[in-house]
Design a protein around this ligand. Sequence first.
Ligand code: ADP
Ligand code: ZN
Length: 721
Amino acid sequence: MSGTIARVAVPRPIDDTFHYLIPDRLLRQIVPGSVVLVPLAASTVTGVVTDIVDQSPVQAKSIKALAEMDPLKEVDLELARWVASYYHSPLGLIMRLLLPPPVRSGTTRFRLTDGGRAALEEGGAPHGDLLRSLAKGPRTVSYLEKRHDRRLIDEAQESGLIEACFPVSPPPGAGVTGPAYSRDEQPVSDLTEHQDRALQAIEGHIESGGFSVSLIDGVAGSGKTEIYMRAARSVLDRGRGVLILVPEIALTPLLTSRISRIAPGGTAILHSSLPPAARKDAWDALASGRAKLAVGVRSAVFAPVTDLGLIIVDEEHDPSYRQEESPSYNARDVAVKRGQLEGIPVLLGSATPSLESFWNTETGRYSLVLLPERATPSPPPEIEVVNMADPGQRRPDDPFLSVRLLEELGRTVDRGEQSILFLNRRGFAPFLLCSECNNTLSCPNCSVTLTYHQDRGMLCHYCGHLQRPPDLCPSCGGRRIAPVGTGTQRLEDVLGSLLPGVNIERLDGDVMEKRGALETIYGRMDRGEIQILVGTQILAKGHDFPGVTLVGIINAEQALDLPDFRSAERVFQLITQVAGRAGRGSKRGKVLVQSYSPDHYAVSAALTGDYAAFYRAETEFRRTLGYPPFGRLGRVIVDGVSQERVQEACAAIAREASLSHGARVLGPAPAPLPRIRNRHRWHILFLAESRNRLNKAFLAARSQRAPGIRIHIRVDPYNLM
Ligand code: ADP
Ligand code: ZN
């Protein structure tokens, strides 16, 4: 006998599912995976039915509507359950990621029922006005509430004249636009020997079917993308679907257009800055099987690709695969799990593989595919380091710039070639310092200094607080306050006055706020209209500038100051990735790395391009401390308005977690950012031998919920701030 109660996962930060009564008219249609509208407190939300039962422990409310879409598939439900349990993320929030965008939003609309339409024709009061409002189609609750009494709306619903429904789909094709940036390219005819061997290995996995993970470790320009495309092509030719994840679509329009060329007309592109209609379109095309190839950012790992046959994760080491906020997950790792559940091959690729993935090739869990050489005749760039600890190397007036780099920039300009300069800090200067009292200007809501932006003022990069730069020091009233250090704005400014007449542009988060700015700059770089491009990590993200022969890295080890066990890995990856932008065309490139600690193993290994050396040093360090991949890391953050409560709760969690004997407990301690948006933050780290033991510690932590505080659980965290 089938039950009459549905358990529904709702999009709220809670662990439980809720019970709802299945109305008679929907009894036969609702199954596990059905997408439904349900009342929750004062609102109506979109939820997913997890199972059907006979009884509810409480008085259950009724399901309001069933979405006009196929129920989620069992394998998708299973993936969502795995993500929720692995990351301790609320199931309903994960399920939400499996839904097409407009259905996700859950904004309730009402439409006329057949009964309502009949009543409207009879012109019957008292609901006449309300029914007339709906004559032309569904309306949102807020629209109706502005015009009609809430009681009337409820009555009309109870007497079956109107019913809740999902938002209407936009017409197909709405809002889909072509790429704003493209470049003509010669198709590659013959693979190199290394590429050939790589492709054969991957084809082998595709042919034999079943779950496998391959890691392509290939230097920049070695032709990884070419391999992705051929592997994808071969799966598409077998009539199956392919999912390709990239770190940031907006930054790599060329990559996206190259990839989508293999399934013209049948590629669904998924990222959050697309208009909702376009996202809905892409989603529908995949779910219906009209499109077989999906390219998207991290949340696309949940995309409804029909008959999925291959998953590719480009730049698998990239931290943007990690969603830190709730629902937290790492799309690279979810991709591997999805591959396992679907029983298909997964392909990870990077020029700087994450330590975790490389370790997995050493233990035999993943197979390793090497592309050690560039695919084109262009020789690898020459790398030179400038030791900034030596004052003689620095320019006296602008000490963040070396004499050498300025000299090389001048030469490159004279030769008519292009340069890019990388500095991972936007704004003019990281802070204003009073040289009389040593006071720096901090955010009133967060424990960070305000960044000085020339055009805007003093900006907090955490909460967005903005204020005018003061004329006098707010603490001592002194006049000698000046910007310290440099951001991309200042670098652009200084170079402008040192190299008059040279075309210098900037590309960072501030510039990107303007729509189309990126495409404009890429286009102007292609046409040689920009001689020097200054930018943040946007420049490191894999866009290929063929005219660039000089790459300068302003502060190589910036990330080494972070209290983060991955900081050395990030430094190695950033230098290697940025250096990979040099000399992609026919001329040999040069990379100049300014560094205060050129002897640090992350810097020196990146300079020689020696991944193996870096890997050996880094694994030694991680093994000694029991950090990933040698142990499981977890983090608990407690935040709240009252510092006392936060501290107490944190102490209690640490005590309980220690008693659970699951993990080594580090802390509690104030988080490196001890206050954000006026909330105090403390944290605890757990290091455990196994996932089961880590879970023991987390369960202990979760039992310490208390009013006035929030407990955030992070499994395999990337951000330790
Ligand atoms: P990666 O993704 O490893 O950085 P790409 O696939 O983007 O490398 O290749 C770098 C450049 O080399 C591209 O311009 C590409 O067209 C070219 N290329 C790739 N494979 C070959 C090949 N076998 N022969 C000639 N050119 C190639
Ligand atoms: Zn702030």
